[in-house]
Every structure is written in structure tokens, then in C-alpha cells.
Design a protein around this ligand. Structure first.
Ligand code: SF4
Length: 201
């Protein structure tokens, strides 16, 4: 039997899941394109932009070479190279204080913080299009995406996630969801994808 090839337009025509996968692939191209455009303007690489934006928005315990490698599905030497280049340009500070001498956590310098202000808007053209969707469409899309992200994490394809569905404080309720840390119910649109308080069960 002929193997189902999702990239074959004839097969796609009969498969809505195939079209969804191809749609997600197109959107991942948008991310790449927008990142590259911004990288050219700022004179740094796309992964350097991603690292700067991540470090700016996350707690110190996540800002080290090991975690960043997992977060972006790249090797530790690739992270170290990017960190070295950003450090050379004065955008980062390596903090050796909280661990042994070989490992360090990474913080942004003042000029790093200024660069992030310019860098983080790379995503605005995509966000602008998504904001055109009406509330119901947005909520349905978010529910689908958050469930998909959790399932991809459970199956081991997506190593890192910080969503409610995988958190030790999460509780499924008959009528929705509950956070045992904040001690309050969550509507589906209040489910977090990147929660600062997330903890693995
Ligand atoms: S702590 Fe955060 S991730 Fe965990 S259930 Fe509460 S809101 Fe969700």
C-alpha cells in the first residue's frame, strides 16, 4: 500500500488533519522569516534574539546553558557559542555566584535590555493577524493549541512546556479547571502556556 505522504497535495485534499499539519508548517515558516528579518536589522542571529527575549522574560533558574538548550531544542555548545557572542557585544552578564565555578546563570546587561525592547516586536506582524479573529475563534484556537502542546510534550516530541495541564497544581474539574496554587478556578482561556509558577508533578 502506498505510504500516506502528507506533503502530497492530492492526499492533503482528502485529509483535514494533513491540511492542519501543513498549515502549522507554514506558520513555523512565518516565525523563521520574521526572526531572520529582525536579526538582519539588529546584526545578531535569530537564536541570539530568541535567547535574549527568553532571558528577559524568565526567572534566573531557567537562564542557564543546560535549560536553554532544552528550551530551544539545540545543543549546549550551540547555546554556549551564542552566549559568548552576546557576551562579547556586552548584552549579557554571566553570574557564577549561585553554583560551582564552571556553570553560571545568565542575566541581561542594560544594553541587552534595550536590545530586547527592539527585538521582541519581531512577532507583531503575526500577532496583528491573529488579533483579527473574533473572540470565539480565538478561544477555540487556543484550546486546540494548548491541548496539542500538552500532548506533544507527553509524547516526548516537545521537551519543555510550562502549561497548566502538566503542572502539579492543576486539577481537572467537571466544569473546567482549577489551580491549587492560586486557589481559583480557571476558564479554558485562562489556562497558561508559560506559567512562572509551573512545577512538574
Ligand atoms: S501554577 Fe500556573 S501552571 Fe500550575 S496550575 Fe496554576 S496557573 Fe497553571
Amino acid at each position: 500500500m502506498k505510504h500516506k505522504n502528507i506533503f502530497d497535495p492530492e492526499y492533503q485534499d482528502q485529509s483535514i488533519s494533513g491540511k492542519v499539519v501543513i498549515g502549522l508548517e507554514r506558520i513555523s515558516e512565518v516565525f523563521k522569516t520574521l526572526l531572520w528579518d529582525k536579526a538582519k536589522v539588529l546584526g545578531i542571529s535569530p537564536i541570539q534574539i530568541q535567547l535574549l527575549v527568553f532571558i528577559h522574560n524568565h526567572k534566573e533558574s531557567l537562564c542557564n546553558v543546560s535549560h536553554l538548550a532544552k528550551e530551544f531544542n539545540i545543543t549546549k555548545p550551540t547555546v554556549s557559542d551564542a552566549v559568548r557572542a552576546l557576551d562579547k557585544k556586552g548584552y549579557l552578564i554571566k553570574d557564577y555566584s549561585s553554583s560551582d565555578n564552571r556553570s553560571y546563570s545568565i542575566q541581561l546587561s542594560q544594553s541587552g535590555k534595550q536590545l530586547v525592547e527592539e527585538a521582541a516586536d519581531f512577532i507583531t506582524p503575526l500577532q496583528g493577524q491573529i488579533e483579527y479573529l473574533d473572540k470565539k475563534q480565538l478561544e477555540a484556537l487556543f484550546e486546540t493549541l494548548s491541548t496539542l502542546i500538552y500532548k506533544l510534550n507527553r509524547s516526548g516530541i516537545l521537551q519543555v512546556q510550562r502549561t497548566c495541564y502538566g503542572c502539579k497544581f492543576y486539577q481537572k474539574e467537571k466544569q473546567g479547571h482549577y489551580c491549587n496554587l492560586m486557589e481559583k478556578p480557571l476558564s479554558t482561556s485562562e489556562i497558561r502556556l508559560d506559567c512562572p509558577e509551573f512545577e512538574k508533578p
